[in-house]
Structure formats: structure tokens, C-alpha cells
Design a binder for this molecule. Structure first.
Ligand code: AGP
Length: 611
């Protein structure tokens, strides 16, 4: 859960590395560093490392300038082993100082390896698992960097993406991956490695998605890719389709704000691409219509926000297709001996496609014979590669740590899947299907309406930003919306927040209610509306401060609550697509008001590539 970028070429390495790190900062931002081979060799790899954000590294380099260099590696860290400080920041070097590495992932057997290496005279400086890699490569180094890296990898257990440089090879950058993502950018007289495309998009759109257990040797004019057994492979060069402005704030104060505003377009594009004359195309799913019809049960595995999308998916699929759906937190799935076999369809949901728990869950499911299809945003991600079928959400890069557009895109895909399944199973009548598709197509316009109301939502959020505790309540298909609202608020404002099924309130959480709590209630028109109003009255009589998310036109709700945010009327089944928008906006404006770091909240990283 770190970001790495490396450069070899005719140009200057440092500007490329620092620019790339800024674009990778969403992956981790507690410390960073850069390692360069100076063009005028002076017997040392130049290292600059510091704690804190990339801005600190820039400041350091200003105060301690670096020499010219056209080969370097750099890293932005999310600490796993060892505190976030200068010593633990990457790159790490061997004792000779002639080999340096950057690492993303976890070396599970590092203690064992470190003990062995210590006995052989290696001296360790940091508390990290990563440092062992530099020493190990050094141990095996006999004038051939590639061979030493391959040999060292044989001893490593865990997940890693590596960038390696050596003073003895001033024009060579070696990279390898197992489990953690790594791409290679192909430029003109320059080549790059990076954890993710945005880091190099400014320089090239031609990329190789390095596969697991592959190693690459990059020089100024060449990239060779090998399997770990040394066999050379011919990599596929892809062309990235998104533009640089997709990874820039574009005038918005934060990426999260920009990404919230992109939601109408993301949905519009998905619906245009997937709905053809009232029929749904799930190209990529890897199942024939006959196989889709034969699906008997589905198990969703996902984490965090994607897990909440899966929970909404359960309501959608069970209601439209009458297919039973189990939803598992991926981090729990593999440790509870799941009942999964060749008759189970696993549906993995992930924005990044690199979440370690989700990947571990699908690997476990596949071992047990299940077929895996995934809903994923990042093209060429590990999840995409390891699934039997893939439904890309094409939401574009999501940089803000708090997931917004990826969530609504996942929901939209789940509606399409539910409709397709319902139609295949003839559970959904053609007329109902037509109506639902028509309603779904209206959603982007309804989004515009909610977003246009942002000033009033911001006012409500700010007026409630002083509360030290929030409760989010919803029923039925909007129960997951309540969970998602609480998660958004927690992660970007650090306010303790709980999401609950409103009917469960009287079984415990009602004890929390007093004049110091704020309660956000999803109370849109539905079969459970009256019940929700009863919950609201229970909260009101205990002096809780209520913000209701209600259906446009519902004036009567106002007498029970302190604030009302209206969403347009739509088919009840589709309401989670709408009600989550005010939740995202409440969290955003509260975070801004409290002066929190919206896009890079403390202790978090965008993709959680460790268990
Ligand atoms: C969402 O706001 C979170 N940052 C987090 O819960 C996220 O959804 C989770 O880590 C899963 O990530 P993924 O979708 O990339 O698998």
C-alpha cells in the first residue's frame, strides 16, 4: 500500500519522480524518498528521505540539492512495519550503499531472512520488512543485477512490487512483481516503472501491465520482460485511454468534490454503453446467456464501500431475479470455511482491483471450484486478471481516498446485472424491465438536480459539523446507504459515526440519543416510510438532532426533523443511487468545515494491498 515510481532515460530523473509521487500520494502519504544514480558517478547512490507528505520531500531536496541523474527510484509510504519516519522511508540500501530498492507490499518472512543475513554480517538500519530485499540482492549479487534480483525473489514470501538500482549498472532499472501492482511506461528514449498509470500519464500513454511473477529490465531505449525462471516473454503494450485531466483536480478544491460531480457523467456513459434498445449488454462477464440463466446463488466478496455496494446488490438481485445472494466482507470470507463450490458464482467488487483481502477471497473461492466475476474500475488490475469475467465500471481514476463515483458506478452495474439476471430467469416481466431501464436512464439527470442543491446541503452539513457523534439510519435497500454514510463521515472527518438498520435502533443504539447527537435518517417514500417516521419520532422525543433525506414534495416530514435534504422521486428500488449523494456531500462539507484533509485522511490509503 505504497506508491513507487522509477525512471531511466536521457532526461532528468528527479522531476519525473517527484511529479509521479504526487500523483501516487493517494496510495500512502506518511513518508517518502528518492534514490538517484548521479550522472557523474561519485561512488554513492544519492538518497533523500523524509517523513510526512511529498511536499516535505520537495522542501528537503530544495535545501539539499541533488546532482544531475537520469536513473532513479522513489517511493511514497503507508507504514506497515516500523513507524513513519526518515529511517523507515524508502529507498532502502544494502551495506555497501551500491544497491537501493523501493518496495510496495509485505515481505512475510522478513524476520527469518533478516536473522540469517545478520549472521552473514549485514547491518540493518530500519524496522521495515522491505530493507531485507536490498541486503538479499546484495548477498546474491555477482555483477549481474537481474540475476541477483531473480535469486533474491526465490527467498521472499509475501507480496511485492520492486524497483531496484545499482551503482554498478548506471543505465539499468530492474523491476519485479508478485501480488502488488506494477506497470511499465514506454517512452521515447526513456522508460518508467510505476504503481499506477497516473504517475506516468504526463509522459506516456503506452504501458505494459507487468504480470505476476514477471521481472523487467529497463534501459533508456529498451524494456525486456522475463519470467522468474529467466525465460523472456513478449509483453503486450496497451494504450491508456484516459487523459491527464482525469487525474487533475480541474478547478475543484478537492478530488473528492470533483469525483462527486463526475457521477452523472459516469452513470450516463455506463448506461449508454450497456443498454442497447432496451436490452442489457454485459460484455466481459464471461458467461453465456444460458449460464446466466442457470445461476443459482451468488456470493459477493468486497471490502469497505465496495462491500456496501454488494449489500445493495443483494436487495437488487434478490428482488429482480429471485436469486439468493450472500454478502461477505472479503477479509472474513477466507477465514470462515465458506460453503462455496462449483455451483457458486462469486461476485467480487472493488474499485482498485488490488485490495489484498478481496484478492485472497477470490483465490480461496477459485480453489474451491467457484467461478468468479468481478465489478472493477481499474483496467488490467490483479482482480480483473484473475477473474473469469470482468465488468468494468469505467468511472475513470478515483484519487480521493473516500470512494464516491466508484460506489455509484458499482451500484449502477449491479442494477444492470440484476435486470439482466431477472430477465434471463423470466422473473422480471418485459414491461417491468422496460420501466426500470427507463427510470435508470433518468438517474444522471436526477444527480444533476441533487448536486445543484449543494449550497443548501453544505449549509446543513456545516450547521451540524460540531456534533461529536453521528448515527445514520436506513431501512431495507437504504440500510447499506446508512452504513456508507457513516463510513464516509468517519474516514474523512474522524467523527465517530455508526450506520444502523433503523428497526434495530431500539435494540441498543437508541441509548446514544440525546441533544448532543446528530442522526441522519434516510426517509424516502417507500413501503417502510411510516416505520421510518416512527423511528424519527422516537429520536425526536429524545432530543436527537435529525437530518432527514426525504423524497421531493414530502413537506410533512419537516415537522419532525431539524433539517431536510430532498432527493427527486424515483422507483423505490433505485433510491440508493440517489440517497448516497447527500451522504457523500454531508461528509465532504463537514470534513472541510473541520479543517480535515479530505483527499488524504489520516491513517488511510486508497488501495489496501496488505491484509
Ligand atoms: C472507501 O471510501 C474506502 N476508502 C474503502 O472502504 C474502500 O472502499 C475499500 O478499501 C475497498 O477498496 P476497493 O474498492 O479498491 O477494493
Amino acid at each position: 500500500m505504497c506508491g513507487i515510481i522509477g525512471y531511466v532515460g536521457k532526461g532528468q530523473a528527479y522531476p519525473v519522480l517527484i511529479g509521479g509521487l504526487k500523483r501516487l500520494e493517494y496510495r500512502g502519504y506518511d513518508s517518502s524518498g528518492v534514490g538517484l544514480i548521479p550522472s557523474m558517478l561519485n561512488g554513492k547512490i544519492v538518497l533523500r528521505k523524509t517523513d510526512g507528505k511529498i511536499a516535505n520531500l520537495e522542501k528537503l531536496v530544495k535545501s539539499q540539492p541533488i546532482p544531475e541523474s537520469s536513473l532513479g527510484i522513489s517511493h511514497t509510504r503507508w507504514a506497515t512495519h516500523g513507524a513513519p519516519n526518515k529511517v523507515n522511508a524508502h529507498p532502502h540500501s544494502d551495506n555497501t550503499g551500491r544497491i537501493s530498492i523501493v518496495h510496495n507490499g509485505i515481505i512475510e518472512n522478513y524476520e527469518l531472512l533478516r536473522d540469517k543475513l545478520k549472521k552473514r554480517g549485514h547491518k540493518f538500519k530500519s524496522e521495515t520488512d522491505s530493507e531485507v530485499v536490498a541486503h538479499l540482492i546484495s548477498e546474491y549479487y555477482k555483477n549481474d543485477l537481474k540475476a541477483a534480483v531473480i535469486r533474491a525473489i526465490k527467498d521472499l514470501k509475501g507480496a511485492f512490487a520492486l524497483g531496484v538500482i545499482s551503482l554498478d549498472h548506471p543505465d539499468e532499472l530492474v523491476a519485479a512483481r508478485v501480488g502488488s501492482p506494477l506497470i511499465i511506461g514506454i517512452g521515447k528514449s526513456e522508460n518508467y516503472i510505476a504503481s499506477d498509470v497516473p504517475a506516468i500519464l504526463e509522459h506516456t500513454k503506452r504501458v505494459i501491465y507487468l504480470k505476476d511473477e514477471e521481472l523487467a529490465v529497463l534501459t533508456t531505449d529498451n524494456v525486456d520482460v522475463f519470467k522468474f525462471n529467466g525465460q523472456k516473454v513478449r509483453p503486450k503494450i496497451d494504450r491508456v485511454t484516459f487523459k491527464l485531466d482525469a487525474v487533475a483536480k480541474g478547478g475543484y478544491a478537492h478530488f473528492m468534490l470533483k469525483e462527486m460531480h463526475e457521477q452523472p457523467d459516469v452513470l450516463k456513459q455506463m448506461l449508454n454503453a450497456r443498454i442497447k434498445k432496451d436490452a442489457i449488454s454485459l460484455e466481459g462477464i464471461g458467461l453465456t446467456d444460458k449460464q446466466i440463466k442457470a445461476i443459482k446463488n451468488i456470493t459477493v466478496v468486497a471490502c469497505g464501500t465496495a462491500y456496501h455496494a454488494g449489500m445493495v446488490g443483494k436487495y437488487i438481485i434478490e428482488s429482480l431475479a429471485s436469486v439468493p445472494v450472500t454478502v461477505d466482507a472479503a477479509s472474513e470470507f477466507r477465514y470462515r470455511n465458506p460453503i462455496v463450490d462449483k455451483n457458486t458464482l462469486i461476485l467480487a467488487i472493488s474499485q482498485s482491483g488490488e485490495t489484498a483481502d478481496t484478492l485472497a477471497a477470490i483465490r480461496e473461492a477459485r480453489k474451491r471450484g467457484a467461478k468468479v466475476i468481478s465489478i472493477c474500475n481499474v483496467i488490467g488490475s490483479s482482480l480483473a486478471r484473475e477473474s473469469d469475467g470482468i465488468l468494468y465500471t469505467h468511472a475513470g481514476p478515483e484519487i480521493g481516498v473516500a470512494s464516491t463515483k466508484a460506489y455509484t458506478a458499482q451500484l449502477c452495474m449491479l442494477y444492470l446485472l440484476g435486470i439482466k439476471l431477472g430477465a434471463a430467469k423470466q422473473h422480471l416481466k418485459p414491461a417491468e424491465m422496460k420501466r426500470l431501464i427507463k427510470d435508470l436512464k433518468q438517474v444522471p439527470k436526477l444527480y444533476e438536480k441533487i448536486l445543484a442543491n449543494k449550497n443548501s446541503i453544505a449549509r446543513i452539513a456545516k450547521a451540524n459539523s460540531h456534533f461529536g457523534c453521528f448515527l445514520f439510519l436506513g431501512r431495507n435497500i437504504n440500510f447499506p446507504t446508512a452504513l456508507e454514510g457513516a463510513l464516509k463521515l468517519k474516514e474523512i472527518s474522524y467523527i465517530p459515526a455508526e450506520g444502523y438498520a433503523a428497526g434495530e435502533m431500539k435494540h441498543g443504539p437508541i441509548a446514544l440519543i440525546d441533544e448532543y447527537r446528530a442522526v441522519v435518517c434516510v426517509a424516502t417514500q417507500s413501503d417502510t416510510y411510516e416505520k421510518m417516521i416512527s423511528n424519527i419520532q422516537e429520536i425526536s422525543s429524545r432530543k436527537g438532532n435529525i437530518i432527514a433525506i426525504a423524497t421531493e414534495g414530502d413537506k410533512s416530514i419537516r415537522k419532525h426533523v431539524h433539517h431536510t435534504i430532498y432527493v427527486p422521486k424515483t422507483n423505490n428500488l433505485l433510491t440508493p443511487l440517489l440517497t448516497v449523494l447527500p451522504m457523500q456531500m454531508i461528509a465532504y462539507y463537514i470534513s472541510v468545515k473541520r479543517g480535515c484533509d479530505v483527499d488524504q485522511p489520516r491513517n488511510l490509503a486508497k488501495s489496501v494491498t496488505v491484509e
